[in-house]
Design a protein around this ligand. Structure first.
Ligand code: ATP
Length: 254
């Protein structure tokens, strides 16, 4: 297993945001982490990536515990956060070289990877411009490149498509797909986009109020929710999280 989340709990004061989440993701698998607002997705991702400590439980990345061997675990991860922090006063290329150095690579060692991904993500001609002059989509693509250059075995993404135009979104989807299928890289992504999840993910986990309430392929979730074959993931999702009836009730009142 590339990623193992073991009975993860997180309390913020008295509020229990995660109530014992366990799940595993295999090498080369694309796993979608779905759930309504406030379900605990970002909290889980922050714990996986070592930004937040759990109240109890553990996360193993490539067998390394993020609590006991954080450096080994982090070396295997490429992280794409939902609100990335980038140094706007650097050029795109400087930023990537800097990120590479954090993972222990010299500029020379990482130049080829930087060139390759700048090309793929159509940032090459902007590489020597200051990041502050980049558009939102360009900044997002730069953050993606930064996550790929150190040869990660698993990519952790919080909301990959937010704010991307259709072309940018397609590029990301194709890249993830290729990395997973051709290089056996594992992708763990949280998303609100059910379309993205349905299109891309081998398996989906649905979290609600800090608990994993359902997990499996879209077909499996469809069976769980008792849905017809043609039903979209959106309906299945709303049924599983118990929100379908709520929405019906409200729209009656409108
Ligand atoms: P969204 O889809 O809205 O981004 P999410 O699934 O990522 O939601 P989290 O951000 O993990 O959800 O939040 C889970 C719960 O924990 C929410 O009820 C949130 O209000 C609470 N929470 C998150 N961070 C903190 C914090 N620092 N202090 C207190 N409560 C928090």
């Amino acid at each position: 297993m590339m990623l193992e989340i073991i009975n993860l709990r997180k309390k913020y004061g008295k509020f229990e945001a995660l109530k014992g989440i366990s799940l595993s993701v295999k090498k080369g698998e694309i796993y979608g982490f779905l759930g309504p607002n406030g379900a605990g997705k970002t909290t889980t991702i922050k714990i996986i990536t070592g930004l937040l400590l759990p109240t109890s439980g553990d996360v193993l990345v490539g067998g390394f515990s993020i609590l006991k061997e954080p450096l080994k675990a982090k070396a295997l991860m490429g992280i794409i956060p939902d609100r990335p922090f980038i140094y706007e006063k650097l050029t795109g290329r400087e930023f990537l070289t800097f990120v590479g150095s954090l993972y222990g690579y010299t500029e020379k060692e990482i130049t080829r990877e930087i060139d390759r991904y700048l090309e793929i993500f159509e940032l090459k001609e902007w590489q020597n411009e200051l990041i502050e002059s980049y558009s939102h989509g360009m900044k997002q693509r730069l953050v993606m490149v930064a996550a790929f250059i150190h040869h990660p075995q698993i990519i952790i993404v919080d909301e990959p498509m937010v704010g991307l135009d259709p072309k940018g979104a397609r590029l990301i989807k194709k890249t993830f797909w290729k990395l997973a299928r051709e290089r056996g890289i594992t992708i763990f992504m949280s998303t609100h986009s059910l379309e993205v999840a349905e299109e891309m993910c081998d398996r989906i986990g649905i979290i609600d109020h800090g608990e994993l309430i359902a997990e499996g392929t879209v077909d499996h979730l469809r069976k769980l929710a008792g849905s017809s074959v043609s039903e979209r993931l959106e309906d299945i999702f709303l049924r599983l999280t118990g929100e379908a009836a709520f929405i019906e009730e409200w729209t009656e009142k409108i």
